[in-house]
Design a protein around this ligand. Sequence first.
Ligand SMILES: Cc1cc2nc3c(=O)[nH]c(=O)nc-3n(C[C@H](O)[C@H](O)[C@H](O)COP(=O)(O)OP(=O)(O)OC[C@H]3O[C@@H](n4cnc5c(N)ncnc54)[C@H](O)[C@@H]3O)c2cc1C
Length: 223
Amino acid sequence: MSDGLLGPGPHTRVRRLPKKASYDAGVILAILDEAPFCHVAAVVEGRAVTLPTLHARDGRTLYLHGSQSNALLKAIVESGEACVSATLFDGLRLARSGFESSIAYRSVVVFGAATLVGDDAQKRRVLDLFVDAVLPGRASEVRAMSDQECRLTMVVAVSIDEASAKVSAGPTEDLDDDLELPIWSGTVPARLRYEAPVPSRDGAMASGGVPLPESVRRLLGQQ
Ligand SMILES: Cc1cc2nc3c(=O)[nH]c(=O)nc-3n(C[C@H](O)[C@H](O)[C@H](O)COP(=O)(O)OP(=O)(O)OC[C@H]3O[C@@H](n4cnc5c(N)ncnc54)[C@H](O)[C@@H]3O)c2cc1C
């Protein structure tokens, strides 16, 4: 595998519709960064489980976090390996037949070694990455994490050893025999959109009187 490629490797060769596959690190990492959350798979107490969770990336390492008693995270640390997937929904691809209809998406599957992050300073740095992964710039606006909060949180590093992307995009691919059918065919693009912020009304310092932070203003301005 060259530096710019993360696959195909023993686990990541896309066999179904390989023309949609990409192993380009730039494509894969961009999808991971844009995805608001991921799904992590593991065998927990003898059963296959997949759960949604947040992720944060630093270079070729993907971080996961949760409570110290998180069963899924404990399972991947114990087994030493993880499989993480993330998906972006880009819209509808409506063909003239149900069979050829599908959705537009960009998805990623990552396989890599999973290890516990034990070092306190490293843990704090990664937990700030999580806050910024949800909303860029937010980590510098919130109060610092307490020792207790840090102790209660487990952080797991998954090295992005091998990964694949699958990208479904473009016009629908109707069968030639269907092209003259009087049935509407086309795409309906979709994207995540944030609505007007709603300030918290709790506490002595209700947020209504506090100006909207830079991070949220930037988020809304980008739409
Ligand atoms: C939102 C969404 C909805 C989908 N709906 C369906 C559906 O209803 N039916 C269906 O059959 N398929 C669907 N797919 C495609 C599905 O993810 C699989 O690619 C497909 O089912 C082939 O499975 P397989 O086990 O034969 O994959 P294989 O091609 O044998 O998988 C081999 C390797 O290819 C890579 N790979 C496979 N799929 C993906 C992927 N999506 N993204 C990144 N890497 C991948 C992985 O590394 C995997 O280990 C959907 C995908 C997305 C993102």
